[in-house]
Design a protein around this ligand. Structure first.
Ligand SMILES: [Fe+2]
Length: 192
């Protein structure tokens, strides 16, 4: 993958989108993470359904990037009115990332909510996604300005290059491995 990001059409089909969003809307009861307090979220270590999405999308990710990738984790958020994603770069575990739009409901059905890669805004259609080098490029969203009960569901899949500097990171299937990966990253960053 040469560029820092790439828009990809038809990443996930409509039946699977409906299934994932239905599952999350009916089961996700966490409120907010550190990054986006106005959201519900699930890490794939707590949800085999989302863990398998990493493997389901792996052949497509390999094809789109031209790399041999290793799944690390999957995360999804249901953003609520007032949510904002500040400009940031991700951890080493997000070396090769994809952000894919699932279901959403906007009270104003003409509203559009962009994901920005650097200074370039993208309106990602349902089922489409952007593959991006999460640890290299700044990405962010402006405030989600919609009235309750609007919401927006987005899923993120994270991989590392099997031939890259983070090849020893492990699939995050439990809290111990999440901690191991964080320790690996801290050591790597301290060494550079
Ligand atoms: Fe990010």
């Amino acid at each position: 993958m040469i560029d820092n990001f790439k828009y990809v059409k038809n990443f996930i089909g409509s039946d699977l989108i409906s299934y994932l969003s239905s599952w999350s809307l009916n089961t996700t009861d966490y409120i907010g993470d550190q990054q986006v307090p106005m959201s519900h979220f699930t890490h794939s270590k707590d949800a085999p359904l989302y863990h398998h999405l990493l493997w389901y999308l792996l052949p497509r990710m390999n094809k789109e990037t031209g790399l041999d990738l290793k799944p690390i984790f999957c995360y999804n958020r249901i953003y609520l009115p007032g949510a904002v994603l500040n400009k940031h770069k991700d951890r080493a575990m997000c070396e090769i990332s994809a952000s894919i739009t699932l279901e959403y409901y906007y009270k104003d059905n003409t509203y559009k909510w962009p994901l920005c890669m650097g200074d370039k805004p993208f309106i990602i259609k349902k089922g489409d996604g952007i593959i991006y080098k999460g640890a290299d490029i700044d990405h962010w969203r402006p405030v989600f300005i919609q009235e309750s009960p609007s919401w927006h569901h987005q899923v993120f899949v994270f991989y590392v290059d099997k031939n890259g500097p983070f090849k020893d990171l492990k699939e995050e299937i439990n809290n111990d491995i999440v901690d191991e990966n964080r320790a690996f990253q801290d050591k790597y960053i301290n060494c550079n």
